[in-house]
Structure formats: C-alpha cells, structure tokens
Design a protein around this ligand. Structure first.
Ligand code: ADP
Ligand code: MG
Length: 453
C-alpha cells in the first residue's frame, strides 16, 4: 500500500471532523512520508509551528484513523518538511518505483505559485446537474466576458458541494483560454486575513494591497470567515472597489448567502448583492452516479453497477464524503485484490456513515435548532403550539432522523412525543423542503452550525 494513498484517505476523514479553517491552516500541505519498522508513521508538516500544533491536537486522532486502515500502526511522528527533504538517507529508503509514484502525485496537485490555482480543478471534470447548473452557467458566462457581466459572482452552498472546485475551475479555464493576457489569483479567506495582518504588523500594507489589486480576476474562497474582522473587511472593501471600478472580475464563495453572514458589514453585503448570486444545492442521484463514474475513469478503476448505485444512494449530501467512501472501497478492493460485492460495499458505507454520524449528538442538534430560532430548549420540547415553536420543533425532529438516522420512536422520545408525531413532522418537512427554498436554506444553515460545533 502506498503512503500517499493512505494519507489521502486519512485526510479525507480528518477533513470531515475539523472546521475548514483549521484543516486549511494545519493539514493541507501535510504528507505521510515514511513508515518505519514497529508501526511508526512519519508525517511531515510545512513548519515548526504547524508541527507543534498538530502534534498536540491531532496526534491521537490521526493515529486512530490510520489504524483503521492499517492495524499495525502504533505511533505517529512529526517532522518539518524542510528537514525531511534535507535528510537524504531517509529519502533513499523509498525504493525507486515508489519514488516515481510520489513524484507523479506531487505534480498532479502542484499549485501554480503565480495564480495560486490548483490544476486539479477543471470545468471539464465538474459534473453539472439541476443542483448546480445555474452556478455552472454563471461560471461559463464569466469566462466569456470577464468583469463585464456578472460582477461580483457570488456562489454559496453547504460543505463539500463543489464551490472551491467551481471557482478554481473558472480561474484555470481563464488561464488556459487567455494565457498571460489575463491574470487570475485565487486566495482563501484565511490567507487574505493573514496577509492583511502581516501587512499591518510589518508596516508593509502597500505590498498586500498591490498583491490583490494587481490582478484581473480575484477569486476569494469562503468569504464568511472575514465577517467581523474589521481591518480585513475594510481592506477587502477597498480592494473590491478598486477592482470593481476597473472592470476586473471578482468571484466569491461562501457557505451561506450574503444576508446570512451576520457579522458582515452592510456596505460589503450590498456590494455582493449587486452582482450575480447563485447557490449550489445537494447533488441529485444521477449527478452522484456521474461523479463516481468520473472518478473511476480518472483512476482507471472499475466497480460493478450495483456498487456504484449503492454508494450514490447512500451518500447524498456531501460530495467530499462521497469521494471519501469511494476511496475507501477502492482501497479495500486493491488491498484484498477481490471484487467488491454489494454486501462488502454496504458494510464499508455503513461504517463510514456511522463514523460521521457518531460525532454528532442529539443534544447538539436540538441546541443548534433552538439557537437558530432564538428559543429555549424547553420551548423546543414543550407542548406549546405557538407558531414560533412549532416549526422549529418539526425541523428538530426532521434533523434528528435525517442526520442521526434515529428511529421514529427514538425521535419521539427525545422530543416528548409519540412516534406518529415524529413521522408526521419528518415527512412534512421532507416534502416542504423541496418546494420552499427559505426553509431549505434555514435547514442548511442549521446543519452547518451542527457540523461546525
Ligand atoms: P466545497 O468547496 O463546496 O466545500 P469542494 O469544491 O471542495 O467543495 O468539493 C469537494 C469535492 O467534491 C472535491 O474533490 C471536488 O472536486 C468534488 N466535486 C464537487 N462538486 C463536483 C462536481 N459537480 N463534479 C465533480 N466533482 C465535484
Ligand atoms: Mg471549499
């Protein structure tokens, strides 16, 4: 088994557990670089700061996950990338064929230092369906008429639904279509924030300003993180205006629409609302199948129709999770050198879904719902029939069933009701969610806060 693959699977698991800001800051450029005798795995991190932090916070977590894949794992050691590369003897331990694999994977994910874009994300590999066709159409329009038509272009949607993929794909497409005539730059909000902080601290704000204003297309990911950070918002506002007035294109992603970023300054919000705002929803069954088939083709691997259908039916709300489950199944297939039967696939899926669900508790769900609607937990489970509490209560029952896969009697018990009320509530919300976009929006936001808590 290949270390890179094992690490990819491990990161896939961790990514679901951590907040995205944390994941990006600490683990994105990590690698699994060695496996020593006695089950010690060596993880490299970009600097000492990251090493210390990951070592303190995530060592146990990482060991647990790796051990799931490889029972012989006993210990995790951390090294700093620079040091690891300098250690020539350690590098030699890797045999020749392995090393070439290593290189290839490295190349595949090489981020362009000038644009900060990852070539892995392309428009071609982006599967389009009803849940994202508007976003895709907007993206295509922008490639054709940069800066003129839809400015800014604002995409929002839940975790793992393809926002980063699509906005990076626009950048890559622009790059390949217009070559050096148009300069895109991609930046995560975390990076933007840290550049502003750096500029202030080192009295080099001019450099930061130049970096972001001297582009033709600015792509900024997960803008919700800058909400409430005054200096950063201020700087972003000026950057925005300066680009906007020069007809430069601005592309923004967020996990929620502008009006739902509570800490965002009004003037920024109204700027965002002046452009094109589109959302990306949950992928339909056909899309999920197409995404799985696309990944199989890329990896030159095969699975039976039955198994593809099974994965697509079971993992519905997060494409990253869908890919994670697929990777696990492929990994198992390779390790056992055996055909994957429906039964085996089902077991693997059950296990990964349970892992995801186990991290969320029923209390977390109820708290998140109560907080969202600004009512008390007592109100939520009371028999009060006021409208302000009836809907939250039904949503709570819906989420308990949907996110935790609780039984109806279980849901009823938690809410102080019988199971028929639980069934009725679940079905009511489940139907309504398709017709009522305000409702589905609320539920998406509540889900997000639960995932993040
Ligand atoms: P987000 O930024 O919304 O959290 P990402 O863009 O990181 O989500 O997507 C998560 C994973 O799912 C990525 O590996 C991405 O390539 C894949 N993905 C998302 N949407 C699609 C799609 N429509 N077609 C193909 N792959 C997709
Ligand atoms: Mg993203």
């Amino acid at each position: 088994m290949d270390l890179d693959q094992l690490w990819k699977l491990t990161l896939g698991e961790i990514e679901i557990q951590l907040s995205r800001a944390n994941f990006a800051t600490w683990l994105k450029s990590s690698r699994l670089v060695d496996r020593k005798d006695g089950g010690t795995f060596v993880v490299s991190l970009p600097n000492n700061f990251a090493r210390e932090w990951v070592e303190n916070k995530y060592q146990k977590n990482i060991l647990g996950i790796i051990r799931n894949f490889d029972g012989s794992a006993r210990k995790i050691e951390f090294v700093v990338t620079g040091n690891f590369q300098a250690e020539a003897p350690a590098a030699k331990k890797i045999s020749a064929p392995d090393l070439s694999k290593f290189d290839r994977i490295e190349l595949e994910f090489k981020v362009d230092p000038e644009t900060n874009l990852n070539p892995r994300y392309s428009m071609k590999s982006f599967v389009v369906g009803p849940s994202n066709e508007l976003a895709y159409a907007g993206a295509t329009a922008i490639v054709n008429e940069i800066g003129l038509k839809y400015n800014p272009f604002f995409i929002y949607g839940g975790v793992g639904l393809g926002k980063t993929h699509l906005i990076q794909a626009v950048g890559n497409e622009i790059r390949s279509r217009y070559q050096n005539k148009v300069r895109p730059r991609y930046v995560s909000s975390e990076k933007f924030i840290s550049d502003v902080v750096w500029g202030i601290r080192n009295k080099r704000m001019e450099d930061t300003k130049k970096k972001y204003r001297d582009v033709d297309v600015l792509i900024i990911d997960d803008i919700q993180f800058i909400g409430g950070k005054e200096k950063t918002e201020e700087e972003f506002f000026h950057t925005f205006n300066s680009l906007y007035e020069a007809n430069k294109q601005i592309i923004i992603s967020s996990d929620r629409p502008p009006q739902s970023i509570p800490t965002l300054e009004e003037r920024l919000r109204s700027r965002f609302e002046g452009g094109l705002i589109v959302d990306i929803g949950y992928p339909e069954y056909e899309m999920r199948v197409a995404i799985i088939r696309g990944r199989l083709q890329e990896a030159s691997r095969q699975l039976s129709d039955e198994v593809v259908d099974l994965i697509a039916r079971r993992v519905k709300k997060n494409i990253r999770e869908l890919e994670g489950v697929l990777n696990k199944i492929l990994f198992y297939q390779e390790k056992k050198q055996a055909d994957i039967t429906g039964k085996v696939a089902e077991e693997i899926i059950d296990k990964s879904i349970q892992n995801a669900a186990r991290r969320i508790t029923d209390t977390q769900v109820l708290k998140a719902v109560a907080e969202f609607f600004n009512i008390s937990l007592g109100d939520l489970v009371s028999h009060n029939r006021r409208k302000e509490v009836v809907e939250p209560r039904q949503i709570a029952m819906y989420l308990l069933r949907d996110m935790l896969e609780m039984s109806y009697p279980g849901v009823g018990e938690k809410m102080g009701r019988d199971h028929t009320t639980a069934i009725h509530s679940y079905e009511k919300i489940n139907q309504e969610i398709n017709r009522n976009s305000a409702l589905s929006q609320k539920i998406m936001l509540i889900r997000e806060t639960i995932y993040k808590s």
